[in-house]
Design a protein around this ligand. Structure first.
Ligand SMILES: NC(=O)c1ccc[n+]([C@@H]2O[C@H](COP(=O)([O-])OP(=O)(O)OC[C@H]3O[C@@H](n4cnc5c(N)ncnc54)[C@H](O)[C@@H]3O)[C@@H](O)[C@H]2O)c1
Ligand SMILES: O=C(O)[C@H](O)COP(=O)(O)O
Length: 528
């Protein structure tokens, strides 16, 4: 069945065409994002949800999203998506981190010019027939200092354009390296320095616990008198009420805001002030940017839904379309090794150690580890998947360790999963043969050679004569056919393992009889 995608925001129709061309069924309902009840009602019919900022992907929406595999944000900010809830549900969340950066930087520059020359007020006055030539006295931007808070993708484009305008550019960004600052021609400064020196301040950080209210009342008080403030990043970076007061007092000469603490903003402390310019979150709204982000998100979502390739996910490592088929058999192996260990482990798991030997060590092992952990915890938590597994393991206090060794041993690639509980440590190793099928090659240091089959019986016993005969007779007497039989032991007369593929479910009475065989230590049915 073809995957189904819902577009619940005003994306460019270019996205619809891409989905159709890729063989994906698509419903384009651009106003649906604003109707959360309706969205919650129908989201269960879709594998993918493509959004901008109007759709709020809340835990309630996710709870109904029984088929959902991916949320694609045609744009940058994913603060309208509950990422922990999506991750816990195993839903990939991806964005398009560059598609609207130039456009948004241009909007910030436009806002700066609009403030410097009071263009909106001058326009309104002129069109009202007033011709107030003496009312509007602007400021020149050349040689002024622009202070950029957050110098990432958009901030650095703003810096580039401002340098072109002959402004002096200073930036506060704890993650901006001195080399990068030098390369892009900005002076890296501390926040207080920026506040004291900037004639215009423009914000370009995401909204986080650290950046919320970065321009607080206290910070605004440290700015130069006559400063102008531009916010085209996120509402909440500036204390709107404090800014309104600073405008009122004349300390701040003007503010241009595209984003607000509450959106859609129908009321706001900044509204109505003569030196304030507002736009309704238009930063990304150009034909070019919207086409870029719509095409990109549709391609990324299609690649994931059809080929398992992941790019620009905020809650999972990237996997290219070339890597996906190489990873696939190892993901299956890792998940099955995890499942094997999970089905045998009844007590609380403290640590999972996964070792990648040989060629597999050069693949995206984060994805393999997530698959192994998902397999390990699935016997206890049916809903877990590769996306949600790491966060669920973390929540449960399970330590996950990874080791890679690129030198191959007996096998070209080998994955070994070790589970450590309070009482025991158990290891299982597997590989993928040339036929692409995963095999178990070692259990607790005992060599075996078995495929994972839908129904298996795992038996550990003392290596004594007579076990195999009695065991096989019990299965035969119960009418359970043996499909394959793998045996292994650590030494003659030592510990032995039997891993048997059977045609059908192992009945409880048969299991009890196997467990009572003289040399048997443990017998457990396994399903894959
Ligand atoms: N108005 C719009 O329509 C519109 C359009 C696109 C993006 N945005 C928003 O613009 C913002 C920037 O986007 P971007 O693509 O440049 O992001 P980015 O991740 O490339 O850059 C953000 C920068 O902020 C810096 N930063 C993080 N924490 C900081 C802190 N505590 N103090 C100072 N700097 C800090 C980071 O180091 C990074 O360099 C985002 O919030 C995004 O959602 C708005
Ligand atoms: O983060 C973004 O990309 C911008 O805020 C754009 O939001 P929009 O797609 O709703 O215009």
């Amino acid at each position: 069945m073809a995957p189904r995608v819902l577009i619940s925001d005003a994306l460019s129709p270019a996205a619809v065409q891409i989905f159709k061309d890729r063989g994906i069924e698509v419903d384009f309902q651009p106003a649906l994002g604003k109707d959360k009840d309706k969205l919650a009602e129908i989201i269960g019919n879709y594998d993918g949800l493509a959004i901008r900022s109007a759709t709020k992907v809340t835990p309630k929406i996710l709870a109904n999203a029984t088929r959902l595999k991916v949320v694609g944000r045609a744009g940058i900010g994913v603060d309208n998506v509950d990422i922990p809830a999506a991750t816990a549900k195993g839903v990939i969340v991806m964005n398009t981190p560059f598609g609207n950066s130039i456009t948004t930087a241009e909007h910030a520059i436009a806002m700066m010019f609009a403030l410097a020359r009071e263009i909106p007020a001058a326009d309104a006055s002129t069109q009202a027939g007033k011709w107030e030539k003496n009312r509007f006295m602007g400021v020149e931007l050349t040689a002024k200092t622009l202070g950029i808070i957050g110098c990432g993708n958009i901030g650095s484009i703003v810096a580039d354009r401002a340098i072109g305008l002959k402004m002096k550019v200073i930036a506060f960004d704890p993650f901006l390296s001195p080399e990068r600052a030098k390369d892009i021609g900005v002076e890296k400064v501390e926040l207080d320095d920026l506040l004291a020196r900037a004639d215009v301040i423009t914000l370009h950080t995401p909204l986080t616990d650290k950046t919320r209210n970065v321009l607080s009342a206290e910070a605004i008080a440290k700015t130069k008198k006559g400063v102008r403030i531009v916010n085209c990043a996120r509402g909440g970076l500036v204390d709107e009420a404090a800014l309104a007061q600073a405008l009122e007092s004349g300390h701040v000469a003007g503010a241009a805001f595209d984003v607000f603490i509450t959106e859609p903003a129908t009321e706001n402390p900044l509204f109505g002030h003569p030196n304030v310019i507002c736009t309704p979150h238009l930063g990304a709204s150009t034909t070019e940017a919207q086409e870029n982000v719509a095409l990109q998100v549709a391609e990324q979502m299609s690649d994931y839904l059809l080929r398992g390739a992941i790019s620009n996910a905020v809650n999972f490592p990237s996997i290219t379309a070339e890597e996906a088929p190489k990873l696939k058999p190892f993901i299956e192996l890792a998940e099955k090794l995890g499942s094997f260990a999970g089905q045998l482990t009844d007590t609380d798991i403290q640590t999972v150690r996964i070792t990648y030997d040989g060629a597999v060590a050069s693949l995206k092992i984060k994805a393999l580890t997530s698959a192994a952990v998902a397999g390990l915890l699935r016997p206890a938590l049916a809903d877990i998947n590769v996306v949600s597994a790491p966060s669920i393991a973390k929540e449960r206090g399970i330590v996950v360790e990874e080791t890679t060794r690129e030198i191959a041993g007996d096998y070209e690639s080998l994955i070994t999963l070790t589970v450590i509980t309070e009482k025991m440590e158990r290891s299982i190793s597997g590989t993928v043969f040339a036929d692409g099928r995963p095999r178990i090659v070692d259990i607790k240091g005992i060599k075996v050679d078995a495929e994972f089959a839908p129904s298996m019986l795992y038996v550990t016993n003392e290596d004594k004569p007579g076990f195999v005969g009695r065991f096989a007779s019990l299965l035969g007497d119960a009418g359970l056919n043996i499909a394959t039989f793998a045996l292994g032991r650590d030494r003659q007369g030592g510990d032995a393992i039997a891993l048997v593929e059977v045609d059908g479910t192992v009945p409880g009475e048969l299991l009890a009889k196997v467990q009572q065989l003289p040399s048997v230590k443990q017998a457990k049915p396994l399903v894959f």
